[in-house]
Design a protein around this ligand. Sequence first.
Ligand code: SF4
Length: 547
Amino acid sequence: MQANTQNKLNVATPLHVRFAAMNLIRGSDREQRLFLPECVEDYVGADNMVRFIDAFVDSLELAAAGFAFPKENSQNRGRPGYDPACLLKLYLYGYFHQIRSSRRLEAECSRNLEVIWLMRKLAPDFKTIADFRKDNAAAFKTVLRKFNQVCQKLELFGGELMALDGTKVKGQNAPDRNWSLTKLEKQNQKLEEQLEKYLKALELEESQPAPQPAPLSAEQLRQKIQQINEQQQQNQQKVQQIEALGQTQLSMTDPDSRSMKGAHGHVVGYNVQGVVDAKHHLLVITEVTNAPVDQGQLVPMVQSAKAELPAMEGADIVADGGYYKAEDVKTCQEMGMQVHLPEVNNSPSERAGLYGKKAFEYDQQRDLYRCPAGQELTKRREVLDKGRRLFSYDNPAACEQCALKGYCTKSGYRTVSRWEHEDILEQMTARVAAEPEKLAKRKTLIEHCWGTLKWILGGGFLLKGFKKVGAEVSLAHLVYNLKRALNVVGLEKLLAALGPDRGSGPEKSEKSGRAGVLGLCERAACALLQVLQWACWSISWEPRPTE
Ligand code: SF4
């Protein structure tokens, strides 16, 4: 009986009463009067990163950067538009904290003290916030460039070793809204098979004098046939659309996105390319492409990185085998860059289990190859292959009597071809062999960036089209570099790098005065009022709120 009463008490008594005797950290009474700071400035600490976002954006010439300013009404009518600086600050803060949706940013404006400080209590609606990103998509790249200049001022870029890589990020296009010629062809084949099946069944049904029990009636079969015909017509239209665009794919929701093979299967989205500097793992440049493979991206990325960071003259560029293209290696070499790519086995002989090209030694002095049997293969012919000038080396007489012929060729004699600029590729192979640690560093450099970038862009892009997706990448890139810079040099040095004209808005000068004299007076007055109020309650001049 006693135990039952005890149980009932335990169930009925609230937790905070049951554990009242325990020594725990608890919150304060919700109805207690608080002496909260009256000044928004006091909610944000001196070491808070929002101070950098605020000062950085205030230091920018936003009109020159390409941001659209609201039109001024000559008669001063209508509600004025929001300052683009405020909205830019909001986006930088949002991407820094993985908040990208305009509706979520709108909510933060009224519940997040840091945002309230940053936005000076402004709370634009989600449409205004969304339109700002959409309308100023191209200008975000200029803001990123300005931040990279701050990083350059702080010597955060080394410009000696760079890693290039690409990552596939999901776009706003569902896989079943993306069509390739191959996909359509396969689907047409299936439709053709189904059509044949239904036509046969219909013919059988119509040839029978009396209706027989069948899985589908003649009427149902006719409907199925009509559906297939309509589907075939739609597919035909899609093929025509793809051919008219001169593309290989058609994405219905986001026309710029493409289906491509990612690390975890196929994604419909974009291939984001990036060059990272080895000194502090800062991203030098990012570009958005819809190329399904990385081959062909080496030269444009190195050119963009060089334009961004002129100090990288003579830098070593490391990348994976996906970027291997002989002409690109030559162009980079001409630009003064030392490319390090792993050797790619594209020798058909080696794949067939025969001696590969590596088994043949080139004699530069005499311009001939020495084969595994020690025979000399001399230059015979010149051919043009996809715009490249190649020379063929062979020795038919030696091959005819060679004991190793079975390991070397399946034809009458072995031919070795050489590109006119093959020495550039040989120099690269020698460079990689001499400094393998540089290529080995590639993964550790770039994977860190992609991990953070994908965390910021969690779930893929929110916007559609190259321009707007580019804006998202620029924001994510800036935020990644800002995180790194804060970790490496800290807030104080970053603020100092903005220079004396960094400013923090028009009230900057009045802020210190206000905090110093007016702020103190205000707080003293508030405290006095509170004390008076409590004194009134104590002597019961007026009823005290529920305790
Ligand atoms: S088959 Fe010709 S090229 Fe090959 S090892 Fe023999 S001699 Fe040399």
